[in-house]
Unconditional design. Structure first.
Length: 238
């Protein structure tokens, strides 16, 4: 009986079953076309986020909470902030911030590891909601399905950009975090003014949210795919 090794090698190599993974965007949204859960101005949940996902299920909506844990209005009347995530909270004094969360559930047949989170840093200020150079603070935290903090990264006094060049903030975890526990992980982003340094008088916003890591198919999924291809090859040879 002929060995299956040459056939399996030929099948698995194109599928990338080489025991390693390359960097990938796990979930991304640019908030373009986002809507709110109702037509009311005072709404705290952004919908229709048009996520691009790789290895995880669609995270769905993002809600904004204020420092007290209550719902925080998201801007939806000013054209400049239509295609980004900007809670209408005037940050300042070292104790004003909002939080939002992203739900991450690994898709069947994938192995996912997170390495970092990046987003554009915006400061919205004035009656015309113009972008200004202010120092925003952020904390990015990843929690397990049982609400255990797996890692938390502080970014303090990140200078926001102008409308022409808005900088990207990157929160890199101390080590890659595999999403191996069953259930839904929670990525929490906290934005605003934590220490009181030149933030007063602006609204802290984010855009182009990218959750990054590595994604590889599970060996079992690869094996099933490979065996299916092998069976097809055999039928064609008969």
């Amino acid at each position: 009986m002929r060995s299956l090794a040459p056939f399996l090698s030929a099948i698995f190599a194109p599928l990338g079953f080489v025991g390693s993974a390359s960097a990938a965007v796990v979930a991304f949204t640019n908030f373009d076309g986002r809507t709110l859960t109702t037509t009311a101005v005072a709404d705290d949940t952004a919908t229709n986020l048009n996520w691009t996902v790789n290895g995880v299920q669609d995270p769905g909506n993002m809600a904004a909470l204020n420092a007290g844990g209550g719902g925080q209005v998201i801007f939806n009347t000013t054209p400049l902030v239509q295609n980004m995530f900007v809670p209408g909270l005037n940050t300042g004094n070292g104790n004003t911030f909002w939080t939002t969360t992203v739900s991450l559930t690994v898709a069947a047949g994938s192995i996912v590891t997170l390495t970092d989170v990046s987003f554009d840093n915006w400061a919205i200020n004035g009656s015309q909601a113009q972008n200004v150079n202010r120092q925003n603070d952020f904390t990015v935290t990843l929690l397990s399905p049982s609400a255990v903090v797996l890692d938390s990264v502080d970014i303090i006094d990140s200078l926001s950009g102008t409308a022409v060049g808005t900088p990207t903030v990157t929160a890199t975890f101390a080590a890659p975090i595999p999403l191996t526990a069953p259930g839904t992980y929670t990525l929490q982003i906290k934005g605003g003014d934590f220490i009181g340094n030149n933030e007063t008088g602006n609204h802290t916003g984010i855009d182009n949210l990218s959750i990054n890591g590595t994604v590889v198919p599970e060996p079992s999924a690869l094996l099933l795919s490979g065996l299916g291809l092998l069976a097809l090859m055999r039928r064609r040879r008969q």
